[in-house]
Design a protein around this ligand. Structure first.
Ligand code: PLP
Length: 264
């Protein structure tokens, strides 16, 4: 047997409710035709109403998960999601430096829709200084871009400024997601590529509560496409279209923010 099937990796947290985190990553990668593997950094007790509890994995077990994957798979692209705290971020950074798992997409997950902190405040500077420079792509939403670029973002022009700042901090390509603008009837994202070329990806806003796991989904779709050998620019466009399609049809399970529909 060959080892040629596109293999991708998510380094993130679980969601017992199945809609976000590693569950969203696995569904997305599967639907996009990449074999998904995982390094579990944290386990959350979670449903569509929010995060009730979380437990972080010991660094040794994180190291061992990386080593298990490196010993057996040919991972061609990877992404990070929930990284929880400074020690977990540093452990992941060390492993990413140790192994070559292809282009790295950093989804700098900070706060879940229900308000739970998935990254502690003291870990933000570690993400900025140690993880961001390793990123082939960073995919912040507006609040995350504000934290990382250390500026307020109230206009699309400021999204572009933030994108350039994040690139000057070391991320090769940047996707600033505009879905959090509450007034806008569009959800427009700014892309700044490694070669300096930039463009906007536009979409009509869909009024729905079922948006649990959107950030995980776009970043894991892009990761799957990169694992399949797609160019960054094309992977980004496919990611935007995929998340739009899955939001359009959502699924009514649970009593809060329902998950996306990956079978739409
Ligand atoms: N839970 C985990 C473990 C996640 O990694 C993420 C990713 O952003 C979320 C929850 C976010 O959920 P929501 O889309 O509802 O903000």
């Amino acid at each position: 047997m060959t080892n040629d099937f596109p293999q991708a990796l998510t380094i993130a947290g679980t969601d017992s409710g199945g809609g976000a985190g590693i569950s969203a990553d696995f569904k997305t990668m599967q639907m996009r035709g990449a074999f998904a593997t995982m390094v579990v950094v944290a386990v959350t007790a979670q449903n569509t109403l929010g995060v009730q509890d979380a437990l972080v994995m010991p660094p040794k077990l994180i190291d061992e998960q990386f080593a298990s994957l490196a010993a057996d798979f040919k991972i061609r692209a990877c992404k990070t999601g929930m990284l929880a705290d400074p020690l977990r971020v540093k452990t992941v950074v060390n492993n990413l430096k140790r192994y070559n798992f292809g282009p790295l997409t950093v989804d700098p997950v900070m706060i879940a829709k229900g308000g739970a902190k998935l990254l502690s405040d003291d870990a933000i500077s570690v993400v900025r200084e140690q993880l961001l420079p390793l990123a082939d792509l960073i995919t912040p939403n507006l609040p995350e871009a504000e934290e990382l670029a250390q500026m307020q973002i109230t206009t699309e022009a400021e999204m572009e400024v933030a994108g350039h700042r994040l690139q000057s901090m070391g991320a090769k390509n940047v996707l600033v997601k505009g879905g959090h603008f509450s007034s806008n009837d569009e959800a427009n994202d700014f892309v700044l590529l490694a070669d300096g070329h930039s463009f906007w990806m536009t979409a009509k806003r869909k009024q729905t509560r079922n948006t649990h796991g959107t950030g995980d989904t776009i970043s894991s779709c892009i990761t799957a496409e990169l694992a399949k050998g797609k160019l960054m620019k094309d992977a980004l466009k496919i990611g935007k279209a995929y998340v739009e399609a899955t939001i359009k049809q959502g699924i009514n399970v649970g009593h809060g923010h329902g998950p996306l529909n990956h079978w739409a």
